[in-house]
Design a protein around this ligand. Structure first.
Ligand code: NAP
Length: 271
């Protein structure tokens, strides 16, 4: 049975492509207490992620396994998406995916066709929940209108330098998860003075501050990537960090709109 709740902290795996290191980091994370692993067909590591899930001393049913279909890998036509889900299950060594995302609303993405395939996969039991990634409010509106099933999760870049207030408010209003990707601003949160000050005050690390700040927002969950054992365990401990109102306000006030992930056709680009 697919998991119906998305754990607060999942393990990101983008660019974790060395087979042994990837499998080891997934197994380390699950053994340390993570219950959510985020991969994608486009990361080229689903098999290694699957090896890590198999190697961990945790039952598969306890793990929320999330992957993504990409317009440039398989296409996003109806049959393409059905085939992509079967391929992901094979590579990951699982019978079902807890969560399958549309990775980017570009290329041959068509809400009616692409999302109808995801609903068919839910009906078949191959997929537990439907997700989308890198959508705008307009595209979310179109997706929700096309879907009979609920939209479960929207995954977007979010960290103290890109606060995504509109998309967080939208997620809270419509009751889906906002999954924050690059939640450590790709490791650069260590260089942000406001974050450094809060980290020093609580004697914790800047990555833990960033994750705790994100988790202070309703509906937001985080998927920090790490292939380093000490970081994997430290990031999980962010779930126990309680920032006070003053800390949260200081980070809320950071007024920079810095994006680390871009691609042609992204909805936030003009034209
Ligand atoms: P991120 O999680 O913000 O940052 C990862 C970087 O931070 C790595 O260099 C990592 O190095 C370092 N790091 C992790 N924990 C640390 C710690 N405690 N102290 C110091 N450094 C630390 O960046 P991301 O990989 O871009 O985003 C996370 C995940 O989101 C991805 O892996 C992927 O699953 C997902 N994502 C999705 C999309 C999308 O289009 N949907 C786009 C981008 C990312 P070590 O490995 O050495 O720890």
């Amino acid at each position: 049975m697919p998991n119906d709740e998305l754990p607060d902290i999942g393990l990101g795996t983008w660019q974790n492509t060395d087979p042994e290191r990837c499998a080891r980091s997934v197994a380390t994370a699950l053994d340390a207490g993570y219950r959510h692993v985020d991969t994608a067909q486009h990361y080229g590591n689903e098999e290694h992620v699957g090896d890590g899930i198999a190697a961990a001393s945790v039952r598969r049913e306890e793990v929320t396994v999330a992957t993504k279909v990409h317009p440039e890998d398989t296409g996003l036509g109806y049959d393409d998406v059905l085939g992509a889900a079967a391929t992901s299950c094979d590579r990951l060594g699982v019978d079902y995916l807890d969560l399958l995302y549309v990775h980017w609303p570009v290329g041959d993405y068509e809400a009616s066709e692409t999302l109808a395939a995801l609903e068919e996969l839910v009906d078949r039991g191959t997929v537990g929940h439907i997700g989308v990634s890198n959508f705008s409010v307009d595209l979310l509106e179109e997706a929700r209108a096309a879907l009979d099933d609920p939209l479960f999760a929207h995954q977007v870049e979010m960290h103290p330098l890109l606060q995504q207030r509109e998309l967080v408010a939208y997620a809270q209003e419509h009751g889906h998860y906002l999954v924050a990707y690059s939640p450590l601003a790709r490791g650069t949160v260590t260089e942000i003075p406001e974050i450094q000050a809060v980290a020093e005050k609580h004697a914790i690390s800047e990555p833990q501050v960033s994750l705790a700040w994100l988790l202070s927002k309703d509906n937001v969950v985080v998927i920090p990537k790490s292939a380093t054992e000490a970081h994997i365990t430290a990031n999980l401990q962010a779930a126990n960090v309680e920032l006070d109102e003053e800390d949260i306000a200081a980070i809320d006030d950071i007024d920079r709109e810095e994006r680390f992930v871009e691609r042609p056709g992204a909805p936030w680009l003009d034209g």
